[in-house]
Write a protein that binds this ligand. Structure first.
Ligand code: ATP
Ligand code: MG
Length: 240
């Protein structure tokens, strides 16, 4: 579903957010990107969503090389991807229903079809009874679920989420992850940036650890430890 090949993203001023990054995510996977603040997680998601473009290297999403998607085609490209953010980015002067309907209205879906799809999406995040309320009157967790309903209302094959549980307590975080898991079970590919390693371990999903724009090789420490232990053993033998 996603192939990142030797991608570098350099910002004006010389800051390299991603450095020769390569990775691949299969259709149907649920994968987490972790890493310290500034590791490049959001940058990677922004390249996939075509909010930004790489300095070099290629980003291929569902068979489409993003470098070949013209500016004019970006809205259509983005419609195939559901996006969830930490700060839900909801419209507070509109009811929940309108917030979730927004991507459908933009896509020109008829009002009747939109209503059916919005209710299906709200049902999936257990918020059917809140459609008339203003997001302001909802709890943080409920607001985040409205954001998720809006992201999946167009039934995207790929859902990307940037720190979706960043503002939530552990119980609510788990609830959001369970919702994601349910989408994954019906075939949606998910790529989620998160700091919450304990939660990810609990879910047992693949984790891609980023550090300074590269994939961190976690085993390295183990290999070094093993090597030095063996060396010590051998030296111990010599000294006996
Ligand atoms: N528009 C920009 N201009 C200049 N530098 C940027 C820009 N966006 C990101 N960066 C830099 O790129 C690096 C990666 O940033 P990014 O936002 O991808 O990190 P992150 O892993 O998402 O961090 P966090 O966990 O804090 O959200 C950082 O050093 C950041 O300062
Ligand atoms: Mg970020």
């Amino acid at each position: 579903m996603i192939q990142i090949d030797n991608v570098t993203k350099r910002f004006p001023g010389g800051q390299e957010a991603l450095s020769g990054l390569s990775l691949s995510i299969e259709t149907g996977e649920m994968v987490f990107i972790t890493g310290h603040s500034g590791a490049g997680k959001s940058t990677l998601l922004r390249l996939i969503a075509l909010i930004d473009r790489p300095t070099s290297g290629s980003v291929v999403v569902d068979g489409q090389n993003t470098s070949r998607v013209s500016r004019r085609r970006i809205p259509a490209y983005r419609r195939q991807i559901g996006m969830v953010f930490q700060d839900h980015k909801l419209l507070y002067d509109r009811p929940v229903f309108d917030n979730v309907a927004l991507p459908l209205i933009i896509a020109g879906v008829s009002h009747r079809d939109a209503a059916r799809k919005v209710r299906a999406a709200l049902d999936q995040v257990d918020l059917l009874n809140k459609e008339k309320q203003s997001p302001e009157t909802l709890s943080t967790g409920e607001q985040q679920r409205v954001g998720i309903a809006r992201a999946i209302v167009t039934r995207p094959k790929l859902l990307i989420a940037d720190e979706p549980t960043g503002n939530l307590d552990p119980d609510l975080s788990l609830e959001v992850m369970r919702i994601f898991r349910r989408f994954n079970e019906v075939g949606v590919t998910l790529l989620i940036a998160s700091h919450d390693i304990a939660l990810i371990d609990q879910l047992g999903c693949r984790r891609i650890p980023l550090s300074n724009g590269r994939i961190e090789i976690e085993e390295e420490e183990d290999i070094v430890t093993e090597y030095s232990e063996r060396l010590l053993e051998e030296q111990g033998d010599l000294w006996q």
